[in-house]
Design a protein around this ligand. Structure first.
Ligand SMILES: Cc1ncc(C[n+]2csc(CCOP(=O)(O)OP(=O)(O)O)c2C)c(N)n1
Length: 554
């Protein structure tokens, strides 16, 4: 006989989970107790459940396994909800374990009781409450299976407190095999014919290709067919950005030159992307419901293929398997019209990265100057985490990704992801530089996880773009209601002092001449560091100043 909590932890180990993230709670004390006895599973205790959830998401991206977080019932679960939503939007496998009131108290409005099925029902792929300890092991196996199968995503498992203490006959702890579908031979012939018949084919690569083997194969396919590759939002790292077939990053508000260039494609092949709102620039390219060009979509879940858009061909197949199948039927030599077309797209993508400093603005550093220097000075295999906000537009525009330099950022646009993701990345890859870009808004949402970094010896370098504003929203205000400004100004703490109080190295950049020195000092220190950049608010985005926005709105 074994305690259910011990079986749960043993199940985690069998599923290859070597790290979980949590805020401890009295509702799952026996799991914490079982974790003490399981050296194969390390526990990272965070300072807020959103931090635990975001760390689990970042860890999942880096390991290819499901991220795992444990949180307490009610309030803990609500704090973690942002990560469940991000996992759904980003198609990242996440298993969130939540404590639950004891079974006898269910449906009685007990302390911190919630009905997780109703709370997470529209976001999670599966929500389950384990009321019989004898079913715990197979429920855990099913939970991982659900998180990893088809469209990866979040699964919520509620654990009644008393159930975890039950003793049960020891069932075999097991893993359910995830099925991976290939495309049919006829579909592949059709794809090859579509490419051969196209003048201007374009492959849009998405997040399901975010692991090494897939990126190697993607590069080989791009070269064999001379097919240009644009990446879905937040995945600029799928192909080295200097590669001749790299055609740009379809991010929020992609530059007009990029949008116009890719829109000339006569065939779009979306691989491992749901071709969602942002990547398709508001469902305009390829348009929904009826695209102007032929569209092929490859995604492992038939329900998501062609979900909102008419396709020439929809393939419910594993993206990597599809790429391998495509590589196997590559032509002896790529068509010359494809070579010319991909060269033209690459030239546009490159030109968008050009940057010439004009020096500081009256109200601070133009953040592009900082990012351009970071691109030069950071390692080629640095892991870059990006929070949500306009500062990130500069990172997307000026920093090269791919070829080992990883981009971790939530397609959900959730503020607060950056710092926790950097902590998780640094713990997973202590040998690599891990750099987080975050605004002053996002930094005060989850910057507290610097305490977690210090506790576990993580060494992220956090770049805070301090413009005293929820700048993105200010930009939208200026566009829609020019000059009518409110609710976006921020009174910040003294960030350098705040950062020092955690025990990190703390550096400040007040002007362009200090950028290189600060970056080099942070990199060389090999410890957790925060660089506070006094950023110009006037230069409110990578594309516009406030003056220009007001001018254009008038
Ligand atoms: C959790 C969350 N809350 C609110 C928003 C809406 N939002 C998007 S960007 C932004 C402001 C970001 O400000 P900051 O971090 O300072 O970066 P900046 O835009 O100034 O560069 C807000 C409030 C969001 N995306 N996520």
């Amino acid at each position: 006989m074994k305690r259910a909590a011990d079986l749960l932890v043993e199940s985690l180990r069998v599923h290859g989970i070597d790290r979980v993230f949590c805020v401890p709670g009295e509702s799952y004390l026996s799991v914490l107790d079982a974790l003490v006895e399981q050296p194969a599973v390390s526990v990272v205790t965070t300072r807020h459940e959103s931090g635990a959830g975001f760390m689990a998401l970042a860890d999942a991206r880096l390991t290819g396994r499901a991220g795992v977080a444990f949180v307490s019932r009610g309030p803990g679960a609500m704090n973690a909800a942002i990560a469940v939503h991000s996992a759904q939007q980003d198609a990242v496998p996440l298993v969130l374990f939540i404590g639950q009131v004891e079974r006898a108290h269910r449906q009685m409005n007990a302390f911190q009781e919630m009905d997780y099925g109703r709370v997470f029902g529209s976001v999670a792929k599966w929500v389950v409450e384990v009321n019989d300890a004898a079913r715990l092991v197979d429920t855990v196996a099913t939970a991982f299976h659900a998180a990893l199968s088809g469209t990866p995503g979040p699964v919520v498992v509620a654990l009644p407190e008393d159930m975890l203490e039950d003793l049960v006959e020891t069932p075999a702890v097991h893993v359910n095999r995830v099925a991976r579908a290939a495309a049919s031979q006829q579909d592949m012939i059709d794809v090859r014919n579509l490419i051969a018949g196209a003048e201007r084919p374009l492959l849009i690569a998405g997040g399901l290709l975010k692991f090494d083997a897939a990126q190697t194969t993607l590069k080989a396919v791009a070269e064999a067919f001379a097919i240009p590759v644009a990446t879905a939002v937040r995945h600029a790292d799928l192909l080295p950005n200097d590669h001749p077939q790299f055609a740009g990053h379809l991010a929020y508000g992609a530059p007009a030159a990029l949008a116009e260039a890719v829109a000339k494609a006569d065939l779009v092949i979306g691989v491992g992307t749901r071709l969602g709102d942002v990547t398709t620039q508001g469902y305009t390219f390829p348009a929904a419901p009826l695209p102007a060009q032929k569209v092929v979509q490859v995604w492992p879940d038939a329900m998501a293929v062609g979900h909102v858009r008419g396709l020439a061909l929809g393939l419910a197949a594993e993206p990597l398997i599809f790429l391998e199948q495509l590589l196997a039927i590559a032509p002896d030599a790529p068509a010359s019209q494809h070579t010319d077309w991909s060269a033209a797209l690459h030239a546009v993508a490159r030109s968008l990265r050009e940057w010439r400093s004009a020096g500081d603005a009256e109200d601070g550093v133009v953040f592009g100057d900082f990012v351009a220097a970071a691109d030069r000075l950071l390692a080629d295999d640095a892991i870059i985490t990006i929070d949500s906000g306009n500062f990130g537009g500069w990172v997307q525009r000026l920093m090269r990704f791919g070829g080992g330099r990883t981009m971790l950022a939530p397609a959900s646009g959730a503020m607060g992801y950056g710092v926790p993701a950097a902590v998780a990345a640094s713990l997973r890859h202590p040998e690599r530089q891990v750099v987080c870009f975050v605004g002053d808004g996002g930094f005060l949402m989850t910057g507290n996880e610097l305490a977690t970094a210090m506790h576990y010896g993580a060494k992220p370098i956090v770049i805070v773009s301090d413009n005293g504003s929820y700048g993105t929203i200010r930009m939208h205000q200026e566009k829609h209601f020019p000059g009518r400004v409110g609710m976006t100004g921020l009174t910040n703490p003294d960030f350098p002092v705040f950062a020092s109080s955690f025990g990190t190295l703390s550096l400040t950049v007040d002007n362009v001449s200090q950028i290189e020195g600060a970056l080099k000092a942070a990199v060389q220190a090999r410890c957790a560091a925060v660089i506070t950049v006094r950023t110009s608010l006037e230069h409110i985005s990578a594309a516009a100043t406030i003056a220009a926005l007001r001018g254009s709105a008038a």
